[in-house]
Design a protein around this ligand. Structure first.
Ligand code: RB5
Length: 152
C-alpha cells in the first residue's frame, strides 16, 4: 500500500519518525515534504499536496501533520473525496477507519508523542471500514462537496 505523507515545519520531526517506522514495516511511503523543522512553511500547501495525491489514487492513503494537526486536517478536508480525521488516541484512530472511512489521517507534531502517533497510525491502517449503516452517512458527507460555498 502506498502511504503519502506531508507536513509543515511543526510536523516535520514526527513525520520523519513515521516515514522511518512505516518504511521499516514494509510500507511504500511517499514523502511530499517539508524537509526541515527550521524553515517555516504553510501547512495548507503540504496538506493539499497529500490530499490531492490521495484523491487521485484510490489505492493510496495519506497522513498529514502540522503542529497540532488542526490546520492540516482542515486543509485536507477541502479537497474533494478526502475524509481526513485528526486523532489523538487509538480509539479515535480505529473509529476514523471503521465508521468514517477516513482516507487521510492527521496528527499533531507538537501534541502527540512518537510512539502514540505510530500506534494510532498502525491502528488506523489495520482497521477496516464497516460499511453498512455508515455508508449513507459517508454519502451525505460526499454530497456536501457539491454545495455552493458560503459568501463572506
Ligand atoms: C505553525 O506554527 C502552526 O500554526 C501549524 O503547524 C499548525 O499547528 C496549524 O494548525
Amino acid at each position: 500500500m502506498n502511504i503519502i505523507i506531508g507536513s509543515d515545519h511543526g510536523g516535520y520531526r514526527l513525520k520523519s519518525f513515521l516515514v522511518h517506522a512505516l518504511t521499516l514495516k514494509g510500507y511504500d511511503v511517499t514523502d511530499l515534504g517539508t524537509d526541515s523543522s527550521d524553515h517555516p512553511v504553510d501547512y495548507p500547501d503540504f496538506a493539499a499536496a497529500v490530499a490531492r495525491a490521495v484523491a487521485a489514487d484510490p489505492a493510496a492513503l495519506g497522513i498529514v501533520l502540522c503542529g497540532t494537526g488542526i490546520g492540516a486536517s482542515i486543509a485536507a478536508n477541502k479537497v474533494r473525496g478526502i475524509r481526513c480525521a485528526l486523532v489523538h488516541d487509538c480509539y479515535t484512530a480505529r473509529m476514523a477507519r471503521e465508521h468514517n472511512n477516513a482516507n487521510v489521517l492527521a496528527l499533531g507534531g507538537r501534541t502527540t508523542a512518537e510512539e502514540i502517533a505510530l500506534e494510532c497510525t498502525m491502528t488506523w491502517l489495520n482497521a477496516t471500514y464497516q460499511g453498512g449503516r455508515h455508508q449513507p452517512r459517508i454519502d451525505k458527507i460526499t454530497a456536501l462537496e457539491s454545495e455552493a460555498p458560503r459568501k463572506d
